[in-house]
Write a protein that binds this ligand. Structure first.
Ligand SMILES: C[S@@+](CC[C@H](N)C(=O)[O-])C[C@H]1O[C@@H](n2cnc3c(N)ncnc32)[C@H](O)[C@@H]1O
Length: 351
């Protein structure tokens, strides 16, 4: 055996477990508002953090020390103070923006909690149903995606589809498939007041939340949320713009659903698809983001599709497979849009 390779791998195991523990530490810190509390406050002693937070001193102290080892916090050994650098706070205390990343730790924590159940499915198949994930899990997904949908979809992303922007500006009809709590159609209704949008999702709690959010945002007259399956639409209905954000690879019947979307898309319409960004060839995916996606797939995307008897396409389905699937569903134009993102790829699919 190659001794050097063995040594490197044993070191790497510690790095991996440390990263897993950092996930837990970041999770409890985030849940207790510690990143928010320390953002912009400069150097703080343990007592400062305890007093400002009202939290248990021993837990706070252990967390601060762990976060120094993880290099989330700077430490001054003379003054015994802890500082959250502005460069880290930019990502950690940024809920509602398009650079919020603490949700990833919350998501990882939540996904790992289903690992014991997933381990059992290796023997008999099956999976965890979407509705069996906790309410917290669904709200984490929203926290992660919200900033992008509100701030980028109506602006930067729309710029790559000038025909869609022109249609929606003049007044058209949009449909967001698998809308979750409805951020995309609400953001679009605000940006394109002459258009009407429909959000559809089979998850009741998500639709109830979406209806409340539309009311809060003052757009409930221009956005309709439907708690139903896409199959329930009458195919004579036509939409100028249909979006499917982060959900095609999750589907239990991908081809059936995409054929239905094909039927619902107006002849000159655009189907906008957001999917995880991975290379088509496995050997090109040996890096952190695709590895993270394989975890997301095992503990969410693939398992919840398999739970419903679906094919479990998985998070890392890739562009070549997606193009082929869209062709089988009847679409003839498939363009990868020039939108930069480390984690997502964007497609414009047309008749
Ligand atoms: C991963 S979530 C994405 C939610 C949202 N688009 C986002 O990006 O945050 C996928 C959503 O698709 C919905 N969904 C899956 N299959 C569906 C179907 N056949 N009809 C309607 N909704 C469906 C699920 O209920 C879920 O809310």
């Amino acid at each position: 055996m190659d001794q050097g390779r063995m040594k490197n791998f044993s070191r790497r195991i510690f790095t991996d477990i440390a990263s897993t523990m950092i996930t837990g530490l970041a999770y409890v810190g985030s849940k207790n508002g510690l990143f928010k509390l320390m953002d912009g406050r400069g150097p703080m002693t343990v007592d400062d953090v305890v007093t400002a937070s009202g939290l248990h001193p021993r837990y706070v102290e252990e967390w601060l020390k762990g976060m120094v080892c993880a290099e989330f916090l700077d430490y001054d050994p003379q003054a015994r103070t802890y500082t959250l650098p502005a460069e880290h706070a930019y990502f950690l205390n940024a809920e509602g923006t398009d650079h919020f990343m603490t949700g990833l730790y919350e998501r990882a924590q939540s996904l790992l909690s289903v690992a014991p159940k997933v381990a059992e499915f290796f023997r008999e198949g099956g999976g965890i149903r979407f509705s069996d994930y906790s309410d917290e899990f669904h709200s984490i997904s929203d926290k992660m995606n919200r900033g992008n949908y509100e701030l980028r979809l109506p602006t930067l992303w729309m710029e790559e589809m000038p025909d869609v922007r022109a249609k929606l500006t003049a007044g058209g009809r949009g449909l967001d498939f698998g809308c979750g709590v409805g951020r995309p159609p609400i953001a679009l209704a605000k940006a394109f007041p002459k258009s009407h949008f429909v959000g559809v999702d089979s998850h009741t709690l998500s639709i109830e939340t979406a209806q409340r959010l539309a009311k809060d945002e003052g757009v409930s007259d221009r956005v309709t949320f439907l708690n139903q399956r896409i199959d329930d639409f009458d195919s004579r209905e036509k939409f100028d713009f249909i979006s499917a954000c982060d959900c095609v690879h999750d589907l239990e019947d991908p081809l059936g659903t995409l054929r239905k979307i094909h039927d619902l898309l107006a002849p000159a319409g655009t189907f906008f698809v957001i999917e995880p960004k991975v290379a088509d060839e496995l050997e090109e995916n040996k890096s952190p983001i695709p590895t993270m996606f394989y975890g997301f797939s095992m503990f969410y995307c693939m398992t919840q599709s398999l739970a419903k008897g679906g094919p479990g396409l998985g998070t890392c389905y890739g562009t070549a497979n997606m193009k082929q699937l869209m062709r089988e569903a009847g679409f003839s134009r498939f363009d990868v849009l020039n939108i930069r993102s480390p984690v997502n790829v964007f497609y414009a699919v047309r008749h």
